[in-house]
Design a binder for this molecule. Structure first.
Ligand SMILES: C[S@@+](CC[C@H](N)C(=O)[O-])C[C@H]1O[C@@H](n2cnc3c(N)ncnc32)[C@H](O)[C@@H]1O
Length: 371
């Protein structure tokens, strides 16, 4: 498979991204000051081949462990090399980065380059490192192992099974920010609704950028609602964020107090589940085994939640309010057609934006009430 095809598949399947300590992101070329990622490889339909109890079998030799040597005599640099080899042999994606980030984490750092390679771990750090590496051998995403992940300019807590924020979504936030700035709305009391908050990444990033904005975020998952609330408190925006545990479906749209009031919001944003059913079997094991499928699966053609979001946008957006969506690259054309065929929604397709892989991933839609 060539590199371009690989990238297309990666993005379409929302592949998990792993951080590295490279100064420049190899996918988008952008320079960032926080942690970076590479895309993991696609392993169609592969499930984790061994679970934690299998890997533990390798640890039954006291003191020698899975690395097969004396651990206390190995410095940090050697330990990373040895774990990298174990990961490579077990076909764990991003083997080196996985080992580096785990060892940096157990030493209390974010970046491997910040730590002294000639230093030694304490016994407690060795134990923690081995525990995390075993979980990585079971294909657990590095983000869940670390318990945190960088998004925009923040470090958010992440917890299984809540969706791990992806770098494409940072682009969505940036697009919204640019649009609001060009319209001179930075300092206005913006009213935002978010469908599907996950870890709270989008809502919290927007609230931090727009100090007078308020946001209501809904999610069908109680884990997601709790994590969003937790992250909002940590990021000091909870006073402007209303988190509602609610599944968006036809009935809730009609009866929930959030939605009975029409024309309430100026901005609706969503990164909904959008993977079509046929692609759900192609997810890499890190996603398939650990992330909530309800955060990923968008129904037969991936459009289920998108269509519900269009209906709610038609109702709750103010005249000239905007809807921004992150979608699969096959969706913008379909969404455009849907709006043409359903003029009663009063939603007008404005523009599609590409992500850093040059895929059409973001839809900008505006509500226009008839004059
Ligand atoms: C792809 S995740 C996006 C999470 C976060 N906004 C982000 O970008 O990182 C989609 C989220 O939508 C939630 N969700 C899925 N269907 C939903 C529905 N019908 N109503 C409300 N939330 C839904 C999932 O629980 C999940 O947290």
């Amino acid at each position: 498979m060539n590199r371009i095809t690989q990238k297309v598949i990666n993005s379409n399947l929302r592949l998990l991204h792993i951080i590295t300590n490279l100064p420049v992101c190899t996918s988008c070329g952008s320079q960032k000051h926080h942690r970076y990622f590479h895309s993991m490889n696609v392993k169609s339909g592969t499930k984790g081949n061994f679970r934690i109890h299998d890997t533990l079998l390798h640890l039954t030799t006291p003191k020698r462990g899975i690395l097969g040597g004396s651990l206390s005599s190995s410095n940090v640099g050697c330990l990373v090399d040895r774990w990298t080899n174990v990961f490579k042999n077990r076909k764990i994606s991003e083997p080196k980065e996985s080992a580096e980030y785990i060892i940096a984490h157990v030493q209390g750092s974010k970046m491997f380059h910040e730590i002294d390679k000639s230093s030694f771990l304490t016994a407690a750090q060795h134990k923690k490192m081995e525990e995390l590496c075993l979980r990585r051998l079971d294909k657990e995403p590095i983000q869940y192992l670390l318990g945190e992940w960088d998004f925009c300019d923040m470090t958010l807590d992440v917890r299984q099974p809540v969706f791990i924020p992806r770098p494409e979504t940072e682009e969505l936030v940036e697009l919204i920010q640019q649009y609001l700035k060009t319209r001179g709305l930075e300092n206005s009391a913006l009213t935002i609704l978010e469908v599907g908050c996950g870890s709270g990444a989008i809502a919290i990033a927007l609230l931090k950028r727009f100090q007078k904005a308020t946001c209501t975020s809904i999610d069908r998952s109680i884990d997601a609602c709790e994590l969003t609330t937790h992250n909002a408190v940590k990021q000091k925006v909870k006073d402007r964020l209303n988190v509602v545990h609610l599944e968006l479906n036809k009935d809730t749209v009609e009866v929930h107090p959030e939605f009975t009031c029409t024309e309430r919001y100026q901005l609706l944003v969503s990164n909904p589940p959008y993977i079509p059913t046929k692609d759900m079997t192609k997810l890499q094991p890190e996603i398939d085994l650990f992330e909530d499928p309800c955060a990923l699966h968008g129904g037969l053609d991936g459009l289920d939640t998108i269509i519900r979001t269009l209906h709610i946008a038609s109702k709750v957006l103010q005249d000239k309010g905007f809807l921004w969506l992150e979608v699969d690259s096959t969706h913008p054309a379909k969404v455009q057609r849907l709006l043409q065929d359903n003029k009663e929604l009063n939603l007008h397709y404005v523009q599609t934006y590409q992500d850093f892989n040059k895929l059409e991933r973001f839809c900008q839609i505006q509500k226009h009430l008839p004059v």
